[in-house]
Design a protein around this ligand. Structure first.
Ligand SMILES: CC(C)(COP(=O)(O)OP(=O)(O)OC[C@H]1O[C@@H](n2cnc3c(N)ncnc32)[C@H](O)[C@@H]1OP(=O)(O)O)[C@@H](O)C(=O)NCCC(=O)NCCS
Length: 384
């Protein structure tokens, strides 16, 4: 297998955006191409992730994005894997570059939903659950993650204030990210007094609905050395699965797909969780971040909540978790999120993270899952 590098990265701001789904994908992709110091004609294939293109009247985004970049003759793949679509696209591009099919590939992720309003977006998103058992019974994602939160509280004596601290930390980080959706300082009291969405989760325990697009350029090592002053290497890539419906899982306080994906990625990278300096994890709800950092092996089961209480996951704490602001503050445009996490790792490891820089960081990890973790991908990167 060829060694695979990330040569460039770009992102729109996340939030409520006016431009069309195709325009924002183009903006992020042009940024990534410029950041890589290449031309669009250097790209041999495109992997485009999106979930509800139908909301902005455009599906089959692969060929549309390639056409807009002036490379309509190149193959593309339009990929949907719920909120984990972005990392699955990255994995497909990674596998094809590693296998030697292409020397350079574009990964772009996008979502444009806020114009449909909360009721419609909640309905659309519920189609990503196991709809027969969950969505059609009226359980939406806040409700499903609330079940996980209750189980975690019962098993590990965690409190709602503990969950609130995850939100406070991620909003603090998001304040330092000019592209974040919710750039607002909040306190534990703000979280505790915000509206209940699905008990015990309140407004500030939830990620928002966001629009946004993120893109990265992957290439083999030879191309990176010939073209890139600033690139990072992919050390490990892993994917895993879990029962689509929560009722099919043995425990609600762990996400099996994360553990499977992480084990594969760490094995490929030849490192352990202790070697990781920072991570972008899937904090769609505050409880998810606590479960993630345990499943990834950063903390023992049941100890993630203590780490949060002690501030170990703050920027430049023992391990910086979600320096970008995470889904909670940076935002969650679901088809873009997994790619956006890799943009953050690229920025961190190439000295472009500004005020939110993780000091002396050499190794960064991304973890992005679909739905309640039915599918997951983990990637590990190192600076060169
Ligand atoms: C939490 C949620 C229900 C809030 O929706 P809503 O009540 O319709 O909120 P609105 O969009 O009307 O926004 C009302 C205010 O709250 C803010 N807001 C919205 N969502 C927010 C969030 N998640 N966190 C903090 N503030 C939020 C808005 O900015 C707005 O503030 P303003 O009045 O100062 O402009 C919705 O964001 C949600 O369902 N989030 C989860 C998304 C999800 O499930 N994603 C998939 C994960 S698997």
């Amino acid at each position: 297998m060829e060694k695979v590098c990330v040569l460039g990265a770009g992102s729109t701001k996340y939030g409520k955006l006016e431009d069309s789904i195709t325009d924002i994908t183009l903006q992020a992709s042009v940024d990534a191409i410029e950041s890589a110091g290449i031309e669009s004609k250097d790209i041999k294939a495109g992997y485009i992730s999106n979930v509800f293109g139908v909301a902005d009247k455009q599906v089959h985004l692969g060929p549309v994005v390639m056409s807009n970049l002036g490379i309509s003759d190149r193959p593309s793949l339009s990929i949907e894997s719920a909120c984990g679509s972005g990392s699955v696209s990255f994995r497909e591009a990674y596998a094809n570059v590693a296998a030697g099919f292409y020397d350079v590939a574009l990964v772009a992720g996008v979502e444009k939903v806020t114009h449909t309003g909360t009721e419609w977006t909640t309905t659309y998103f519920s189609y990503c659950s196991d709809f027969f058992y969950e969505g059609q019974s009226g359980v939406s994602f806040p409700g499903l993650f609330a079940s996980m939160a209750r189980a975690y509280m019962n098993e590990f004596k965690a409190t709602e204030e503990d969950f609130a601290q995850v939100a406070v930390k991620n909003h603090d980080n998001g304040l330092l990210n000019p592209k974040a959706h919710l750039r607002k300082k909040i306190t534990v009291d703000d979280v505790m007094s915000s509206a209940v969405v699905a008990s015990p989760l309140k407004l500030y325990d939830c990620c928002p609905f966001s629009d946004g697009a993120s893109s990265v350029i992957l290439c083999n090592e030879k191309f990176a050395k010939d073209h890139g002053a600033n690139y990072i290497e992919v050390m490990g890539s892993g994917r895993g699965g879990s029962s689509a419906a929560l009722q099919g899982r043995e425990h609600l306080t762990t996400i099996p797909s994360t553990k499977i994906a992480a084990e594969a990625a760490f094995k490929m990278a030849g490192i352990t969780p202790k070697d990781v300096d920072f991570a972008e994890v899937h904090d769609c709800f505050t409880i998810a971040e606590i479960v993630d950092i345990e499943d990834l092996g950063f903390f023992e089961k049941g100890k993630g909540v203590e780490a949060v209480r002690e501030g170990q996951t703050k920027l430049n704490g023992q391990i910086s978790i979600n320096s970008s602001g995470g889904l909670k503050s940076k935002g969650h445009p679901i088809g873009a999120t997994g790619v956006g996490q890799i943009v953050e790792v690229f920025d961190q490891l190439t000295g472009k993270a500004g005020e939110r820089t993780v000091k002396n960081a050499k190794i960064g990890l991304t973890q992005n899952f679909g739905a309640t973790g039915a599918s997951c991908a983990v990637h590990i990167f190192q600076s060169v």
